[in-house]
Design a protein around this ligand. Structure first.
Ligand code: NAD
Length: 384
């Protein structure tokens, strides 16, 4: 067992490192082995990753009767850095999203999603080359905290009575048929997220940070995020340019003027919605990587932005790029910049030459299967 430690705010990474890996549901069985094969080829002999397969999702349920076994959560905690394929959220009462469970249990408060275009990838934009952003989405608060009750439930009725009787709330139009959700946004949660975004901007020579919010409507939650974000930036990053934009304007403006945006810091729901649009601008979720990080403990889980793609499961046509680029982020996080750069260069070369899976392939090109695409990347690594 070769464990990563975290001392004085720094990861200590041995040359041989154990990384827990969740294969995932749906297309996970195609893209996760593809990711491992490419990473192993790029890491070479000087360093080594011991992949520790840990179950979650359908595979875990079949094996243990649990969707997210405690042993899997423990492995992700103990080994500190892990990577996962997509997990289906079981639909029905009482099921917490497995992804949300993992993020909340390890307090992975920053969801980091870089968005950039690779030459050769089809995009709906006229100038996709102008897209180069990194989204910091708050990952533990907001309506995603999972505090909600179904319409007609005793809890919903009780909450309504409290709102109405104790707080004088009169705006619930249909009390008997209303479900209720709570949107907690805190000063502490907003500050640590904005701190992570600002620190990233500083460390990577980025131009500025934009706070994306709906503070015009939700004065205290989204407005609080905005106010606390500015406060934090002023106190801790006085030289950094920080600005803000309202979410709807942001979504429009990123399509029209993507060059206006660099590092983005935003709340949970905004970040979720924005991520898919930004991904579509550079080729879709098949090529959109992500990481969930707690910069105060070093815990991190790397994962693709997309889900299990049930329509592609078993077809062998899924694009492994999103998970592969998530692995690139993981290698960078470990400080293994050489293999990270080699994978990015091999992937870029494939796309430049029109070698791509169905979701990305040019209209006049011949799409590759997941296996063919993976082999093409490995061949490019070998020729490097
Ligand atoms: P999805 O991301 O699975 O699919 C949306 C679209 O993108 C589909 O057309 C799909 O074919 C395409 N797509 C996704 N990944 C692709 C890839 N690698 N290559 C090519 N095309 C790809 O979203 P969905 O259909 O809304 O969700 C399906 C399941 O995934 C749900 O159970 C959802 O809860 C879960 N989900 C999991 C995660 C996660 O694990 N982090 C994220 C989102 C959704």
């Amino acid at each position: 067992m070769s464990t990563i430690t975290f001392e004085d705010g720094q990861l200590r990474v041995p040359d041989t490192v154990t990384i827990p890996v969740i294969t995932g549901d749906g297309i996970g069985v195609d893209i996760t082995p593809a990711m491992k094969a490419v990473v192993d080829a790029a890491v070479g002999d000087a360093k080594h990753i011991d992949w520790l397969d840990v179950p979650a999702g359908q595979a875990a349920f079949d094996l243990t009767g649990e969707w997210m076994p405690q042993a899997t959560l423990n492995a992700c905690r103990d080994y500190r850095v892990s990577i996962k394929g997509p997990l289906a959220t079981p639909v029905g009462d009482g099921h917490r999203s497995l992804n949300v469970a993992l993020r909340q249990d390890l307090d992975l408060y920053a969801c980091v999603r870089p968005v950039r275009w690779f030459e050769g990838v089809t995009s709906p934009l006229k100038r996709p080359d102008r897209v180069d952003m990194v989204v910091f989405r708050e990952n533990t608060e907001d309506v995603y905290a999972g505090i909600e009750w179904p319409a007609g439930s005793p809890e919903a009725r009780r909450l309504f009575r409290f709102l109405s009787d104790d707080l004088g709330v009169k705006q619930v139009r249909f009390p008997c048929s209303s479900a209720f959700g709570i949107k907690p946004i805190s000063r502490d949660g907003s500050r640590r997220l904005v701190r992570a975004a600002c620190q990233y901007a500083l460390d990577h020579g980025r131009r500025f940070v934009t706070l994306v919010h709906k503070g015009n409507i939700m004065k205290f939650t989204e407005g609080g995020f905005l106010q606390w974000g500015y406060e934090l930036a002023k106190e801790e990053f006085p030289g950094l340019v920080v600005k803000d934009v309202i979410t709807d304007a942001f979504l429009q403006d990123t399509l029209l003027h993507p060059e206006n945006y660099d590092v983005i810091a935003t709340t949970n729901l905004n970040g979720d919605l924005a991520s898919d649009q930004l991904a579509a601008m550079v080729g879709g979720v098949g090529i959109a990587p992500g990481a969930n990080i707690n910069y105060e403990t070093g815990h991190a889980v790397f994962e693709a932005t997309h889900g299990t793609a049930p329509n592609l499961a078993g077809t062998g046509q899924a694009n492994p790029s999103s998970l592969l680029l998530s692995a690139v982020m993981m290698l960078e996080y470990l400080g293994w910049q050489g293999p990270a750069d080699a994978i990015t260069a091999a992937l870029a070369a494939c796309y430049r030459q029109g070698v791509a899976t169905l979701d990305i392939a040019p209209a006049d090109g011949q799409p590759c299967s997941t296996a063919e695409f993976t082999q093409a990347i490995i061949t490019k690594l070998d020729n490097h």
